[in-house]
Write a protein that binds this ligand. Structure first.
Ligand SMILES: Nc1ncnc2c1ncn2[C@@H]1O[C@H](COP(=O)(O)OP(=O)(O)OP(=O)(O)O)[C@@H](O)[C@H]1O
Length: 195
């Protein structure tokens, strides 16, 4: 297992297919917790951390090395909510919690078409959600106990998720540090679980 950095405030990665509600959820979570919301897509555009525009996929071609270098100092002290539609590009040690937002097909289809997505872009994103690509990616890239999938269909889901994550991130920073300190993770889970 990769060694995570020690920090007092958690870093939370919120990921999911475009349109599942990452930015809306992160913004509310930042308001609720005082953590800093980092929208990676915006950062890539602002700092030109890309190798140009992909006409076919209609998005910037991410330069991963530039992005990781740019973000390293931002996440170092903890307290950052990272919002991005991919998760396997980041170092495992950065995060205490990885959240995958999920949306039912019909709901997501409506959100994406409302945004003007059509053709290959719409189809690729719908397939990404149907095949749970982000959840697989998260489970392959981070320890299972740090990864959690949450539904994001309704406003009620969103406020539930903000409440869950406000508590969960802080709990996990304790666990994360305890892993680093070689305490017994199972012992911590047993304390957290209701009898
Ligand atoms: N749980 C939800 N309930 C109702 N509406 C939602 C929910 N989540 C997101 N939405 C709506 O769906 C649209 C897309 O949300 P948002 O921009 O937060 O998604 P995103 O995952 O950040 O997308 P992208 O990856 O493209 O930035 C917005 O209009 C938002 O208000």
């Amino acid at each position: 297992m990769a060694q995570r950095d020690r920090r007092l405030k958690p870093n939370i990665l919120v990921t999911g297919t475009p349109g599942t509600g990452k930015t809306s959820t992160c913004s509310l979570l930042a308001d609720a917790t005082g953590l800093t919301h980092l929208n990676v897509g915006d950062l890539v555009k602002l700092k030109s951390l890309h190798d140009g525009w992909d006409d076919e996929l209609e998005c910037f071609i991410l330069n991963e090395d530039l992005l990781i270098d740019e973000m390293e100092d931002m996440v170092k002290g903890g307290g950052t909510i990272v919002d991005y539609h991919s998760c396997d590009i980041f170092p495992e040690r950065w995060f205490d919690a990885i959240v995958v937002l999920q949306t039912d097909n019909g709901v997501l289809y409506e959100r994406l078409t409302n945004r003007g997505y059509t053709g290959a872009k719409l189809q690729n994103n719908m397939e990404c959600e149907i095949f749970q690509v982000l959840l697989e990616e998260a489970r392959e890239s981070y320890p299972q106990e740090l990864v959690r999938a949450l539904p994001s269909n309704t406003i009620e889901d969103m406020s539930n998720n903000v409440e869950i994550l406000s508590d969960w991130g802080y709990t996990l920073v304790v666990i994360s540090n305890s892993i680093r300190n070689r305490f017994n993770l199972q012992y911590f889970w047993s304390l957290l679980r209701p009898a």
